[in-house]
Design a protein around this ligand. Structure first.
Ligand code: SF4
Length: 431
């Protein structure tokens, strides 16, 4: 479901940044997906976790259509439907929820970590899922840990679901004994990408490297004052804050998209762990060269083409940097739902002078700007893609960028190809 939210008023001001990039700030109607969407990639990553959405039939429908129906496997997500009698206060939703969890855990003894995921309806009826999680955790300890987070579409965008889920995991991470230095890579990555990064860090001589979230609930990585963390995704602001509160140190860097982004991301970790420059180059040179070489074909297709980003995934800034600097695309407008200046500073510094950066959304105004600019490609959510296509504007669904492994040297060409394909399709349809 696309959450179309009415906001109060239009507020358009130029906000100065530490780097000279003016930002158009907008508050108006937004067209975004909600945080429940994150369950699609989170449940594939944490393989003994279950995501129980406490929501409406609409929430259930969203999940089923986004994740598909698994015929041969037991699903690891479901929706506890809030019925009308819950909404009307004729039944105690806590009792009903306890009953659903009882039946679920009796039927699925393999579940080790259960997330109660809040939604717009559960927030509207003010169902306190943190108390429910604490109550159920006490009941099912030590076999099952029960946590909660919000995936609601009220004032969020779809990647916030992963941020809220990982934030909920942070207090559960065991304390690292002593202050031994360790690197924590934060954000859901495909297994293949995790393996590649692990090997790169090993060849640099960075010893303890851990990943959050892990693939098994029992393998939560320890953290402590010796832990330095590197975000693999740009939308994990609450998780980063929670890790800092646990005494961890944040390593700020551009994100590992493209050859350049991957090198800068790895380099930031190398600097923190005092890896000798020669050793760093030896570990990364071949991968970077290979990635640059594989980008040449896409560059021939994309150089000089004009791209417009609607705010949706929070990946917009790193993607814009990659598409402009490594593939020669012209940035018409780079929209982002939220601009977190601290973590985005390295990306902002790499964007071209004069780029139109917008934060928030007033969807009608933005659509007008897009139509007037007539870009070659617009990156947007599903709700805007079909109308734009009908108007002759080629689109790329931003959600695909979360379903596809795109980080690291070996995935750079696949990432570029995601932007080539819609243009290629449009050209073929035209002949
Ligand atoms: S959480 Fe809200 S926006 Fe998301 S599907 Fe449920 S009702 Fe719709």
């Amino acid at each position: 479901m696309s959450a179309l939210l009415d906001a109060d008023r239009l507020d358009r001001t130029a906000v100065p940044l530490p780097v000279p990039v003016p930002v158009l700030r907008e508050q108006g109607q937004r067209a975004v997906f909600c945080g429940l969407t994150g369950i699609v990639w989170l449940h594939r990553r944490i393989q003994d976790a279950f995501f129980l959405v406490v929501g409406s039939r609409t929430c259930a429908h969203l999940l089923q259509s986004a994740a598909g129906v698994m015929i041969f496997a037991e699903p690891r997500f479901a929706t506890a439907i809030i019925e009308e009698r819950d909404l009307a206060g004729r039944a105690d939703p806590n009792d009903e929820l306890d009953g659903v969890v009882d039946r679920l855990l009796a039927r699925r003894p393999d579940i080790r970590l259960l997330f109660l995921v809040g939604s717009c309806p559960s927030e509207v009826i003010k169902l306190d899922l943190s108390r429910a999680a604490a109550r159920l955790s006490r009941r099912f300890a030590p076999d099952v840990r029960v946590l909660n987070y919000s995936g609601s579409g009220i004032e969020t965008t779809f990647t916030d679901g992963e941020d809220r889920c990982l934030e909920a995991l942070v207090p559960e991470l065991p304390a690292e004994a002593g202050e031994s230095p360790a690197l924590l890579v934060v954000g859901v990555l495909a297994d293949i990408v995790e393996g590649q990064f692990r090997r790169l860090f090993e060849s640099m001589g960075i010893g303890a490297v851990r990943f959050l979230p892990p693939t098994r609930a029992a393998d939560l990585p320890p953290v402590g004052p010796g832990t330095a963390f590197l975000l693999a995704q740009p939308f994990l602001h609450a998780t980063a804050r929670a890790l800092e509160e646990r005494g961890c140190t944040r390593i700020t860097a551009p994100f590992p998209l493209g050859a350049e982004g991957t090198t800068l991301w790895l380099e930031a970790a190398a600097r923190h762990f005092r890896v000798a420059p020669a050793r760093f180059r030896a570990a990364t040179e071949a991968g970077e060269e290979r990635a640059r070489a594989t980008l040449a074909r896409s560059r021939a297709m994309l150089a000089g083409r004009r791209i417009f980003f609607f705010p949706d995934s929070q990946l917009e800034l790193p993607l814009a940097r990659f598409l402009h600097r490594e593939l020669g695309m012209e940035l018409v407008e780079v929209g982002t739902p939220f601009l977190h200046r601290a973590s985005m500073q390295p990306e902002l510094a790499l964007l071209p002078q004069g780029v139109l950066l917008s934060e928030g959304q007033d969807v009608d105004r933005q659509l007008d700007r897009c139509r007037a600019a007539a870009p070659d490609l617009a990156v947007c959510g599903l709700g805007l893609a079909n109308p734009l296509e009908a108007e002759g504007i080629t689109t790329k669904w931003s959600i695909e960028l979360l379903f596809t492994p795109i980080q690291g040297y070996e995935q750079a060409a696949d990432l570029a190809a995601l932007f080539v394909r819609p243009l290629d399709r449009r050209t073929r349809l035209a002949v």
